[in-house]
Structure formats: structure tokens, C-alpha cells
Design a protein. Structure first.
Length: 358
């Protein structure tokens, strides 16, 4: 198992690569979508929050991440003694009509194929994605965590409809007509995923890139009137069985899995690591379940993180673990302090496990 750190787009700097290395990380997971164009409600030193209008404006629909850009990023990370393990998330500007089943779907399928090919050419092994119409939304930010640390949570169901022009909790069309995005059915959403996988999996296989699906965050069957895909642990199996392929993998978010109302997080770790389907792990902790839960410090939630590591080790998981989110710590660098705390805990736990015999 390897220790990694996820960095948002504006954090992809030499200083932050050094920070990751200093905390013992060997790998980076990079976000290339800019989630922070939404203004003051969306502080750049925390995970993205946003409003009913989401995280703000999506990227440039005409500009796909190029081989040069991806290769340059990989090299700048390697220059600091780290490896680039994954890119996390497609830009909604590039693929929203795959999620919405809109008129640009053929173009957007080509976009995703191109981006996956570019990752392969740039030597980046994993593309993380979150196949969600409404995206990561409906959460609250309050001093929920130990010592009054600011963290994310949920205070009940969110049914506010999604306005036209939005997808994946970002704005993809500023000039959209008034009104709301019509609700899809769960069957339609699964069909959209199947069409997506049919189109991109052969390309991913040829490019040597693994697609890794994040479960829904928050994991509710519906949010903002739209169905969601993986909101119970068993639904991950449905994704795997839908298209058997080495390239059909999971971005395994422990926090989202623990927030689910059914199943057991340790059983899920066992089930999916045994099948060797985990691309990389979001190693974070929570208390409670949807629609009432809170993100916690890594040692302070419902999940026994050491027990999770033991299961991953038993099943010979050899990929990367990243902290995903942490509460903000009270100091001049709230995000970095939170991440350093999580990385230190993970580092110690992994060292202890290495010394245990299996
Ligand atoms: Mn996650």
C-alpha cells in the first residue's frame, strides 16, 4: 500500500508537492477541474462547498487536457520525488451531456476517449470519475469535528431542483433557459453509465488506463430530484458486473461507503479488495449515515481505519490511499494542517501493519 495526497488544481505547485513528500507521501492524485470559480462562498483553502448554483462555472468546453499538459504535470511531480497516480474527475464542461443524455453526447463521448488516451500517453495509470447528475451537493459546513473544527456534513434530505445549465454541481451553460433539469429515472441513469462504459472501456484498456468510479457523495437514492448510482455498497458490484473489464475499477471512498444506510463498510472493503477492483482509496472517516452525517478527523469517526487497512493488506491491495477530505484545523494553514494530521496517522498505521505477519 502506498500513501498519497490529493491536490486541487490551484494546489498543483512545487511547494505542495514538497509538502506531500515531507509528510511521507509517495504519490499524488491531481484534480484538474477548477472547483473554485464560484466566488466568496467557495473558499479555496477547503474542499469545495458552493451554493444551490454549485461550485461555479465549469471549464472551457473546447479545451481538453493535452498530452503536453499531463506529461508536464507528471514530470513536475516526479521532480519532487513523487509519482502521479491518478487524475480525479472529468470536467463537466467536457462530458455533461453523457450524464444528462443531451444533444452533445456523441461529442462528449469523444472528449472522454481523447482524455483517457492522453492519460495513457502521459503515463498516468488511473482516471477517477464520479458518474452523477447532481454531483457532490446538499452538504453543510459547520464546526462538526473534534475541538470545533470546520467540516462537512448533512442535515437532512435536499430536494431543491437543479436549474437548467447545471450538471455535476457546476454551471455548464450560463445562458440556459429558465427552468429545471427534468428528473431522470434510475434505469435511465444506469443506461447512461452503460453507454459511457461501452464507449470508453475499450479505449481505456488499449491506453493502459484504469477508470475508477467514486460512489455517490452524499450517498442518497435521489438528490435535487435526480437519481444516483452507487448509494449502497452492493451497487458497486452492479457496476463491476455491468462491464467486466480490467479497466472498470473503483475509486473506493470509505467515507461515502460508511455514510450508506445498508451493508457494512468492512464487508465492502473485503468484497471489493478481494476482487482486485480498487483503483485507489479515499481514506477518510465519518459519523452517522445519510441524510445525517458528519465528516470527522481520521481517528475520530465510526470507521476503525486500522481494521480497514488490515483487510486491504490481507487482500494484497497495492494501490494508493489518500486522505480525501479532512476537517479544517485552527491555524494559519487549516487545510494543510488537516492533511498533515491524516497523513501522519496513515503513515504510522501503515508502518505498524507492515511489521505484522499475515
Ligand atoms: Mn471521496
Amino acid at each position: 500500500m502506498k500513501l498519497g495526497l490529493g491536490l486541487y488544481r490551484h494546489m498543483l505547485t512545487r511547494e505542495n508537492f514538497q509538502f506531500a513528500r515531507q509528510a511521507g507521501a509517495t504519490h499524488i492524485v491531481a484534480h484538474l477541474v477548477d472547483y473554485f470559480r464560484g466566488g466568496l462562498k467557495n473558499p479555496r483553502d477547503n474542499q469545495p462547498t458552493g451554493t444551490d448554483r454549485g461550485w461555479g462555472l465549469a471549464g472551457d468546453p473546447k479545451v481538453l487536457w493535452s498530452v503536453d499538459e499531463l506529461t508536464g504535470l507528471r514530470k513536475s511531480i516526479e521532480a519532487e520525488g513523487l509519482k502521479l497516480e491518478a487524475i480525479e474527475n472529468f470536467d463537466p464542461a467536457h462530458w455533461h451531456d453523457i450524464l444528462l443524455d443531451g444533444p452533445k453526447k456523441p461529442l462528449h463521448l469523444e472528449n472522454c476517449k481523447t482524455i483517457i488516451r492522453h492519460l495513457g500517453q502521459a503515463g498516468i495509470p488511473i482516471m477517477g470519475y464520479n458518474f452523477s447528475i447532481a454531483g457532490v451537493c446538499g452538504r453543510t459546513h459547520q464546526p462538526y469535528a473534534r475541538g470545533g473544527a470546520m467540516s462537512a456534513g448533512m442535515e437532512g434530505p435536499v430536494d431543491t431542483p437543479m436549474p437548467n445549465g447545471m450538471a455535476w454541481n457546476m454551471i455548464v451553460d450560463e445562458r440556459a433557459f429558465a427552468g429545471n433539469v427534468p428528473s431522470a429515472t434510475p434505469e435511465q441513469l444506469w443506461r447512461r453509465l452503460e453507454e459511457f462504459l461501452d464507449a470508453v472501456l475499450p479505449v481505456a484498456e488499449a491506453a493502459g488506463v484504469t477508470l475508477a468510479l467514486h460512489p455517490d457523495d452524499p450517498p442518497l437514492p435521489f438528490l435535487r430530484g435526480q437519481p444516483r448510482l452507487v448509494y449502497q455498497p452492493q451497487l458497486y458490484q452492479r457496476v463491476i458486473d455491468l462491464k467486466p473489464s480490467q479497466a472498470n475499477g473503483l475509486e473506493f471512498c470509505l467515507g461515502s461507503l460508511a455514510e450508506m444506510t445498508e451493508g457494512d463498510v468492512y464487508d465492502a472493503v473485503e468484497q471489493y479488495s478481494r476482487q482486485q477492483k480498487i483503483g485507489y482509496v479515499h481514506f477518510r472517516n465519518v459519523t452517522g449515515k445519510v441524510p445525517y452525517y458528519r465528516e470527522t478527523f481520521i481517528d475520530d469517526g465510526d470507521i476503525d481505519m486500522i481494521r480497514v487497512l488490515r483487510i486491504l493488506k490481507k487482500n494484497r491491495f497495492n494501490g494508493v490511499l489518500i486522505p480525501d477530505h479532512t476537517p479544517q484545523m485552527s491555524c494559519d494553514a487549516p487545510w494543510h494542517a488537516g492533511m498533515a494530521f491524516a497523513l501522519g496517522y496513515m503513515q504510522a498505521a501503515m508502518r505498524v501493519l507492515e511489521k505484522e505477519s499475515t
